[in-house]
Design a protein around this ligand. Structure first.
Ligand code: 13P
Ligand code: SF4
Length: 342
């Protein structure tokens, strides 16, 4: 199915013209007739199916601003998934996010627009790896980044996201934890706590490509540049950043710059759609645009979201043999909530 197959007629224009204003900062008017028929059809079908669309901050603006009901970082999506009354959840993100939504809503239908939307971190570790680590470090709690499969979560004591990892590691009150699978997030957490961290060598294929040299290059050109980095970036990047946080944390930090310094120039060391989406909320902030694309997040498109709602596929299911244990690790994380602000 291509965008051309749905007509842009008068009724579509009337239904979607007000919505266009939300994406006018990134989508040229001339392109809107390609998106608008999908936006109208998705929003109509969402009501008929009693469905809710959750979209991660890395989704393209035409999904993020026009059809999503809830947007946010991994933690916000997990929290909101646990609260929704809708019968159907369409998760526009990557597979582990949809699995998390299914874990906290076992009775609901959870759909993804593309089953191939994976994650290099989730692919970096298996449940068998975690069992071996437990044998090697008996009695040491396993703290698992939410960017993992349900099978890996099932072998874990508690999950974390980049929005609460330091908080949860500290709150466990133990001298040592096994922290999986992101090596750079583990190093970042280790730099913020006295808890000893046993790490794994998983990396995000998007964030590992940034370097401290990139940042020095941009700073040399603009000493007032404010640099924000996701903690999946390598340590030399985090050392140079003015702020390190989850995608939601970065968005909120930009908000603190927007008012007093109306001409802030900001560089987000993260996925490309972040700047497009944050720019919608803070039009006075100028974004310097080098970024890296996540090929998994970019598998989601408006035609695929429409297909998901029309065909009620692709449904995310979780092996009953792991679901209860994986749910316990996620539920424990949700009880901790978000990291309190410093
Ligand atoms: P956040 O939890 O910060 O949204 O990050 C998820 C992710 O996959 C970053 O690459
Ligand atoms: Fe996974 Fe990295 Fe893509 Fe996030 S940006 S989903 S960590 S591959």
């Amino acid at each position: 199915m291509t965008a051309i197959e749905l007509p842009y007629d008068r009724s579509v224009a009337e239904a979607t013209d007000p919505i266009f204003e939300r994406v006018a900062h990134v989508i040229p008017r001339v392109e809107w007739p390609l998106h608008a028929p999908y936006v109208a059809a998705i929003n109509r079908l969402k009501r008929e199916r009693n469905a809710v669309i959750l979209a991660h901050n890395y989704q393209v603006p035409e999904i993020f601003f026009t059809v999503a009901d809830i947007v946010g970082d991994s933690l916000a999506l997990a929290m909101q998934a646990a609260k929704t009354d809708a019968a159907v959840i369409v998760l526009c993100g990557v597979h582990f996010m949809a699995e998390t939504a299914k874990l906290v809503n076992p009775e609901k239908t959870v759909l993804v627009p593309d089953l191939q939307a994976g994650c290099s971190l989730a692919d970096s570790i298996t449940a068998a790896d975690v069992r071996l680590l437990r044998q090697r470090y008996p009695g040491v709690p396993v703290v698992t980044y939410v960017n993992t499969s349900a099978e890996v979560k099932a072998e874990s004591d508690v999950c974390v996201t980049s929005g609460n990892a330091v908080h949860i590691v500290e709150a466990l009150g133990v001298p040592k934890v096994i922290f999986l699978p992101d090596e750079y997030l583990a190093k970042y957490v280790a730099s913020k706590t006295s808890v000893e961290i046993v790490a794994w060598k998983g990396h995000c294929e998007v964030h590992e490509r940034f370097s401290g040299a990139d940042m020095r290059h941009f700073r040399a050109g603009d000493p007032n540049l404010v640099i924000l980095a996701h903690p999946e970036c390598p340590p030399d990047v985090l050392a140079e950043a003015d702020f390190v946080g989850s995608t939601q944390g970065m968005s909120e930090y930009v908000g603190t710059l927007a008012e007093p310094h109306r001409h802030a120039r900001v560089l987000l060391m993260t996925e490309c759609s972040m700047a497009d989406n944050v720019a919608g909320a803070y039009p006075s902030v100028e974004f310097v645009r080098p970024c890296n694309l996540c090929p998994h997040m970019k598998r989601n498109t408006l035609p695929k979201v429409l297909h998901a709602l029309q065909a009620m596929e692709f449904e995310v299911t979780i092996d009953p043999a792991v679901a209860d244990r994986a749910r316990a690790a996620v539920t424990r994380m949700l009880e901790f909530g978000r990291q309190p602000r410093d």
